[in-house]
Design a protein around this ligand. Structure first.
Ligand SMILES: [Zn+2]
Length: 305
């Protein structure tokens, strides 16, 4: 593979599929609730700024509407990428249903037959403006697990990504190894990050990820998370490196509903590669396997009320 490993771009028209998604992209607002205000436009098809239809009776435009697809293809070509398949509509019946109280579930994938994976990006060290441009162009949904002390010098960077419809979640105050921490330290790592991220981003993080996944299955950490507000602990199945993903599965293949871990990293941590190069390679690995990227929060029902 050459150093960058970019795939040759072929700009396929995906008009029909986009149209289908547009026609069914609204599930009728079934489980609105606390999180709905934050669940910003999840449509991957509507042009930026255009209101998505909120009624179930919205009629799709007749037959060919090639403009959005053509725009998409051009956007992907700009980044030397082949477009991913469009994500299917968000499921009306969410596979993950979170409870308001009690132990929080720990999961690494979402049960779904949809040929989708979910992209999560951790920490927040690299704040590359080009990455904002890339996500603006490609409209690939991501979920951000931010570490307070790594992002606090520029909370605003992640607000730009949030404005694209992406959600912010909790990844501790200073990336401590939680299984080695006393209960009070665990609580402050989760609760203090929760407070700061809530203040900055306007919504309490719904999800928590412990650094390194460490302690995720311990009762002590579960208790700390419960006390601080997040309602699930989210791990991962694949971890993006520089050019390829590490797979937990022996066959090194994505499966529907897998959660993929990536990091906000730049050339210092990626042997000279940039954040957008790394992310492009990750999308190419996903595209090669025929998967779409869906929004994780579209598959999760926040606690009612
Ligand atoms: Zn981390």
């Amino acid at each position: 593979m050459n150093r960058h490993g970019w795939s040759r771009t072929t700009a396929y028209a995906v008009g029909a599929a986009v149209l289908l998604a547009a026609a069914t992209g609204c599930s009728g607002g079934g489980d609105s609730g606390a999180a709905s205000a934050a669940l910003a436009p999840s449509g991957t098809t509507a042009p930026a700024g255009s209101p998505s239809p909120r009624t179930g009776t919205a009629t799709p435009p007749p037959s060919a509407a090639p403009a959005p697809a053509a725009t998409d293809a051009a956007a992907w070509a700009k980044w030397n990428l082949t477009p991913l398949p469009p994500a299917p509509p968000a499921p009306a019946d969410k596979p993950v249903k979170l409870q308001r109280t009690g132990p929080v579930p720990v999961f690494s994938e979402v049960k779904t037959a949809d040929k989708v994976v979910f992209v999560t990006i951790d920490d927040g060290a690299e704040k590359d403006p080009k990455f904002v441009e890339m996500l603006t162009d490609l409209k690939v949904p991501v979920s951000m697990f931010l570490t307070r002390d790594i992002v606090k010098d520029d909370y605003g960077y992640f607000k730009k990504l949030q404005a694209l419809g992406n959600h912010v979640h909790n990844h501790t105050v200073d990336h401590a190894q939680l299984s080695k921490a006393a209960p009070e330290k665990q609580r402050s790592e989760v609760c203090d990050a929760q407070a700061a991220l809530t203040q900055q981003y306007g919504t309490p993080p719904l999800l928590f990820r412990p650094p390194y996944g460490d302690g995720a299955h311990t009762p002590a950490l579960n208790s700390s998370v419960q006390q601080c507000g997040p309602r699930a602990i989210v791990l991962w199945r694949e971890s993006m490196q520089i050019h390829d993903m590490q797979y937990q599965a022996a066959d090194r293949k994505l499966r529907p509903g897998d959660i993929v871990l990536a990091h906000f990293r730049g050339p210092k941590d990626l042997k000279g590669e940039t954040m957008t190069q790394m992310f492009g390679e990750m999308l190419a690995r996903i595209q090669e396997q025929g998967f779409a990227v869906a929004r994780l929060e579209d598959y999760i029902a926040a606690p009612a009320g």
